[in-house]
Design a protein around this ligand. Structure first.
Ligand SMILES: Nc1ncnc2c1ncn2[C@@H]1O[C@H](COP(=O)(O)OP(=O)(O)OP(=O)(O)O)[C@@H](O)[C@H]1O
Length: 320
């Protein structure tokens, strides 16, 4: 997907010149991006700012027509925007609080959505009851939208976006800007919705808590191309070539510096960063040379792994 972006120099003269003589440059937002997602999977779609995630989501949701490439979702070409397709998907960007018609009650808004998406009454009642239970909406359904708190509007907005029970959710930063409790509500809801309905979810988020609690599979996109596609626990071996070794010893003045990079030392408790391949040898040497009270080997946190991945990808880009 290539965007054609107008360019102009700074200043008034350049602004006037740009009116009569437009210049453009191409921005390649997405290229070499190939992936498949099986029904029911919950997939984290990650990448640095500007990597191409939102552009991809918009293409999949039928908002953007890509300049080249082939996409099929549920057997449909998204940008044809067939009604049948639009009723099967939802694109939610940010937390999307309810609020288009503040005079209406929440239930009125749901009824309007029912008409828009042509939802049969029994399905509507079942979906609304399920969503109300998951998002604790019973007490707000009869209230005017304008009288709701932001948290209530956010929960109602989420339910409104899903009351037609889409099979595919494209979630673009659903917890951005939310406080800890609201983010947890949304996160828990997404997991429960997916489990209850069998929906397929593609989720972008810069929150590693979202990714860790929801996404067994990760697709890492960089500069519009796939940099990793696999299970979450495989990401560390792909991008973080080290593990953490935590050791407590009872010796006087122990020196563990030869066995790894010392990240932290608190008296006789050491935290070392050790190359993955060197971990067996380093730990067996430590065990044979010191009076070890405790030793554990840990994977780096997802945040560290992603951070290392982004650094590595930036280095590769700068070098190439
Ligand atoms: N409407 C647009 N016109 C021109 N360029 C655009 C447009 N939208 C996005 N871009 C460019 O395309 C690239 C990919 O943008 P995109 O929004 O898909 O990234 P992203 O991965 O979602 O980033 P973020 O994490 O910051 O939201 C960026 O270089 C961006 O500047």
């Amino acid at each position: 997907m290539t965007y054609r972006v107008p360019v102009r120099d700074a200043g008034l003269i350049a602004a006037v010149r740009a009116v009569v003589q437009r210049r453009y440059r191409d921005v390649h937002a997405v290229r070499n991006l190939t992936f498949q997602i099986a029904p029911g999977q919950v997939v984290g779609f990650l990448g640095r700012n500007g990597a191409g995630k939102t552009t991809t989501m918009k293409i999949l949701a039928g908002i953007l027509h890509p300049t080249s490439g082939r996409v099929r979702v549920l057997g449909q070409i998204p940008w044809r925007r067939q009604n049948q397709y639009l009723r099967e998907i939802a694109l939610i960007r940010g937390s999307q609080p309810i609020g288009d018609a503040p005079e209406l009650t929440v239930l009125d808004s749901f009824r309007y959505q029912q008409v828009l998406y042509d939802i049969a009454e029994p399905h509507f009642k079942r979906n609304l009851a399920e969503l109300s239970a998951l998002l604790d909406l019973d007490r707000v359904l009869q209230r005017q939208v304008r009288a709701l708190s932001l948290g209530e509007r956010m929960r109602a907005g989420l339910a409104l976006a899903l009351v037609y029970r889409p099979k595919i959710l494209f979630l673009d930063e659903p917890t951005i800007g939310l406080d800890v409790s609201a983010a947890k509500t949304v996160r828990t809801f997404i997991g429960e919705y997916a489990a209850q309905t069998g929906a397929t979810v593609l989720l972008t988020s810069h929150s590693m808590t979202d990714v860790e609690s929801l996404c067994p599979r990760l697709i890492l996109v960089d500069d519009g191309a796939i940099a990793f596609d696999g299970r979450r626990n495989e990401l560390s071996s792909a991008f973080a070539p080290t593990k953490l070794v935590r050791v407590s010893v009872t010796d006087d003045n122990p020196d563990l510096t030869p066995y790894g990079d010392v990240l932290r030392r608190d008296e006789n408790h050491w935290l070392l960063r050790v190359d993955r391949d060197a971990v067996p040898e380093a730990t067996s040497r430590i065990l044979s040379r010191f009076a070890v009270a405790d030793l554990s080997v840990e994977e780096p946190s997802l945040e560290d792994v992603i951070d290392q991945a982004y650094h590595r990808l930036r280095q590769v880009k700068d070098a190439g």
